[in-house]
Design a protein around this ligand. Structure first.
Ligand SMILES: [Zn+2]
Ligand SMILES: [Zn+2]
Length: 168
């Protein structure tokens, strides 16, 4: 469980270690795909004024798709967590890693931030390898594995002309 009772927290620091159960909400209904479920090792403590400080690590292996050839690629994520939950905070937090805390809820759920953190750490342009040849735009052959007989694009002739002029 990624929920910490605030009453328990008032008595001293709370350790949370384990692996996210991907069969539970909201993980069953998310844009993230995993090769290895997120593992967390966190400590929460109250720092005064009801502020809760959460520190530790979060590790997971995401599964992303190569943008060129669409192969599933593992993407390891290894994060250091340093979050502050502030009951005095209203509206959108301005500082990174600072979130509002509803003390009346009686418990603090870390799930939304964990999910957010993983989404932020998805690579924007994943590639299976830097020199990936991708798929043939005409027949869809994976050009890393095979060749095809399609005529490959040879570039825009107007650019060719420009390059020739530049070389003169
Ligand atoms: Zn690829
Ligand atoms: Zn082809």
């Amino acid at each position: 469980m990624l929920t910490i009772s605030l009453r328990k927290l008032a008595r001293g620091p709370v350790d949370l270690a384990g692996t996210v159960d991907l069969d539970e909400e909201p993980w069953t209904n998310t844009d993230l795909a995993f090769r290895e479920a997120p593992a967390y090792d966190l400590t929460a403590r109250e720092t005064g004024d009801g502020v809760v400080h959460v520190t530790g690590t979060l590790r997971a292996t995401l599964e992303v798709e190569c943008r060129r050839c669409l192969t599933a690629v593992p993407h390891p994520v290894d994060l250091t967590i340093d979050w502050l939950y502030d009951p005095g905070l209203e509206g959108e937090p301005e500082e990174e890693g600072v979130f509002p805390l509803d003390r009346e809820a009686g418990a603090l759920d870390l799930t939304p931030q964990i999910r957010e953190e993983l989404l932020l750490n998805e690579p924007p342009y994943p590639l299976c390898r830097p020199e990936c040849e991708g798929l043939c735009p005409r027949c869809g052959t994976n050009l890393n594995e095979d060749t095809c007989d399609c005529e490959q694009e040879t570039g825009d002739p107007r650019w060719e002309q420009l390059y020739e002029q530049l070389e003169d």
